[in-house]
Design a protein around this ligand. Sequence first.
Ligand code: TYM
Length: 336
Amino acid sequence: MEENTIVKKRMLSGIQPSGDLHLGNYLGAIKNWADRVNDYECFYFMADLHTITVRQEPAELRKRTVNQLAQYIACGLDPEKNTLFLQSHVPAHSQLGWVLNCYTQFGELSRMTQFKDKSSKHKDNINAGLFTYPVLMAADILLYQPDFVPVGEDQKQHVEICRDIAQRFNSIYGDVFKIPEPMIAENGARIYGLNTPGDKMSKSIPEGCVFLMDRPEDIARKFKRAVTDSDTENCVRYDKVEKPGVANLMDIYRTVTGNSIEEIEREFDGKGYGVFKPAVAEAVIEHLRPIREEAERLMKDKAYLDSVYKDGAERASYVANKTLRKVYKKVGFYQL
Ligand code: TYM
């Protein structure tokens, strides 16, 4: 087949700019996106509409959103090869979200673990948006007809409900939506907090969370304080049940170095945590250094970032509006 006739499979994913990007976002999602930029047609966005399900400080949200774009690019998402955009710049997300709300059951949304989690954490603000969040996420995905949705493990349930909604809609109206597959990385799909090996790494526990823009000395400090295990074995061995903290550090190390677990066990055989923890810190620092430096440079180049998200919004809207028009027609809205 001629090269220019090969149709690439499509991928789409997004991250909420509700906090600064961290190592969990990077290893669970962005690194996998960047590793595949040449093999897929890719759409990546800042999920800003989703962030207001929890109160945000407006100026901070604006700043974080555009900084996140700079960090996407610095992580290797070339805007020439990928469509990078802000969710709120493409109104079709909200428009399809409304339609899909009417094809989603109250009962199935009630079972979402993220809703249960967040509503217990924000008891004073259990808003309807928090409840219907997975429907907007389904719209985000289905508008672009992707084959794959690369996410960390915690988002798998949301991709599954998206598939259910799409199948339900298709069963009524014919083949409107492609049914997407979640793409969960083999390594890094669930990174735990450095000081909370039982909970996933998240911005809400900053001391155990390594941010992409952290300075090397802060990364070194966080790894130094990382929880290993309570026994006195002091041995670098992969055991998720008995030694979750050590296993987490090994997962981080293997994802940034590409070494296998066996190779890591051999490398640190007889060396103990006093050698292992600084080695993981060093590998992460060196891996993130060029990303941080490039992001810092890009964050100052407002004109360039403006041009990227404008171009991205245009390209994304073209694809999204095509799907939205089809949906509107199918459900019976009178065409303009
Ligand atoms: P969000 O913003 O919470 O997280 C973004 C991505 O990072 C992954 N992730 C992790 N992976 C491994 N270990 C961790 N500790 C960790 N923490 C976060 C998440 O799995 C995710 O891939 N609802 C989504 C955003 C979204 C979206 C979409 C994603 C909105 N619309 C459409 C895909 C497609 C969310 O809140 O992810």
